[in-house]
Design a protein around this ligand. Structure first.
Ligand code: KIV
Length: 421
């Protein structure tokens, strides 16, 4: 598009680990480059990852999870480069994203993560261990006591390396016993964790259950008032974005998301859905929650991730799908031509999408007279009522056969109208 996008100053308060600057501010933690890259077939080159990290910084995400450094030498190098470049690029408002690396709860992973992220101005290590019975018994083959001990030791180990910002995730929290969760979370807070992330790893919870889980953790974990509670929702039942919003309403102040919702299996909560839900409904029903995202960069970021990951976005995907701001039925088109608010709860410009046709009207067999007349005027044709009537019925005949009617089709119909005997 030839339109220039004006950057507005970020609304983000200064981020200081262990302190909560504004209770209504919701941090956006983007894991496109880590969990998103775990989508089958989505591996990206180091250069592509660096480009995406730069774009995420432009978008204003608070924390970029840049990868899993222990997974491969290449990933360690990619995270290190992002930490050195994007993690030191402080803008005029003082904003620079936190650069985070994932690590299992073992020394080798934590060493690799620190080696990669320590170059950033705001480095973070994110360490995790499973806490559900099914994972502890079949995957880890460890008792609850052993798991608590490992989690506590590894959080303190990460802190001992000089990392002041350590996130801990009890993997499969959605299926973990709550009393056990309170216990392990209390221990990792004492060991120095600054963010507690609560993953619904298998995406099995429904909104009220996930909200209750966050509320219960908030109410029952000693020391929780000194740390940030975070959500990480997988999309196996198509609930990820809704659960994430429910988590924020229950007290979470960091939300883990990916661009276009990419990620393991059915993916993750999608950044664009979560951020636009907070932007459009935050004041009305969330007590004024807000994020620091500059939403004007959402569309470009989505395009970049589609291109680099090779994962296309479905046309009806909320916010960034090709049809998200298109109107096909005659009744909707008539409403849109009279007042855009009739069928649009946000404007496409809010996400940086500039439509060539201002009302997003797609001419097809369901379009009415109002839509056709308005398109004709936009194309510079003013027809008298008899000519218009003839044209309208010929347009309907063509539209019965073609999915979409282009401007070229309309011009061909007009030529026919002019030259018909
Ligand atoms: O889904 C999950 O549990 C994760 C954790 C590492 C946060 O990705």
């Amino acid at each position: 598009s030839s339109k220039t996008i004006k950057c507005c100053a970020s609304a983000r308060p200064e981020y200081i680990p262990n302190r909560i600057p504004d209770p209504l501010y919701v941090r956006i933690f983007d894991t496109t480059l880590r969990d998103g890259e775990q989508s089958p077939g989505a591996t990206m080159t180091s250069k592509e990852k660096l480009d995406i990290a730069r774009q995420l910084a432009k978008l204003g995400v608070d924390i970029i999870e840049a990868g899993f450094p222990a997974a491969s030498k290449d990933d360690l190098e990619a995270v290190k480069t992002i930490a050195m470049e994007v993690g030191n690029d402080v803008d005029e408002t003082g904003y620079v994203p936190v650069i985070c690396g994932l690590a299992r709860c073992n020394r080798a992973d934590i060493d690799a993560a620190w080696e990669a992220v320590k170059h950033a101005k705001r480095p973070r290590i994110h360490t995790f261990i499973a806490t559900s019975e099914i994972h502890m018994k079949h995957k880890l083959r460890k008792s609850r006591e052993e798991v608590i001990q490992i989690a506590r030791d590894m959080v303190s180990y990460a802190r001992s390396l000089g990392c002041q910002d350590v996130e801990f995730s009890p993997e499969d929290a959605g299926r973990s016993e709550k009393e056990f969760l309170y216990q392990i979370l209390e221990e990792v807070i004492k060991a120095g964790a600054t963010t507690l992330n609560i993953p619904d790893t298998v995406g099995c919870l429904l909104e009220d259950e996930f909200a209750q889980l966050i509320a219960d953790i908030k109410a029952n974990t000693p020391g929780i008032e000194n740390v940030i509670i975070s959500t990480h929702c997988q999309n196996d039942l198509g609930q990820a974005s809704g659960n994430t919003i429910a988590g924020a309403r229950a007290g979470a102040r960091q939300l883990e998301v990916t661009i276009n919702g990419i990620g393991e299996r059915a993916g993750n909560a999608s950044l664009e859905e979560v951020v636009m839900a907070i932007k459009t409904r935050g004041k009305a029903i969330m007590g004024g929650l807000y994020t620091g995202i500059n939403t004007k960069h959402i569309f470009m970021t989505s395009k970049m991730v589609t291109e680099y990951s090779g994962l296309p976005v479905q046309p009806h995907k909320a916010i960034v799908g090709a049809n998200a701001f298109s109107h096909e039925s005659g009744i909707h088109q008539d409403g849109m031509l009279k007042f855009k608010g009739t069928y649009e709860i946000m404007s496409p410009e809010d996400i940086g999408l500039y439509r060539s046709n201002d009302s997003g009207i797609v001419l097809g067999k369901l379009s009415g007279r109002h839509a056709l007349r308005s398109r004709l005027l936009e194309l510079g044709y003013e027809l008298d009522s008899k000519e218009f009537d003839d044209l309208f019925w010929r347009f309907k005949t063509v539209a019965e056969k073609k999915k979409h009617i282009s401007d070229g089709d309309i011009e061909a119909l007009i030529l026919d109208e002019i030259f018909q005997p």
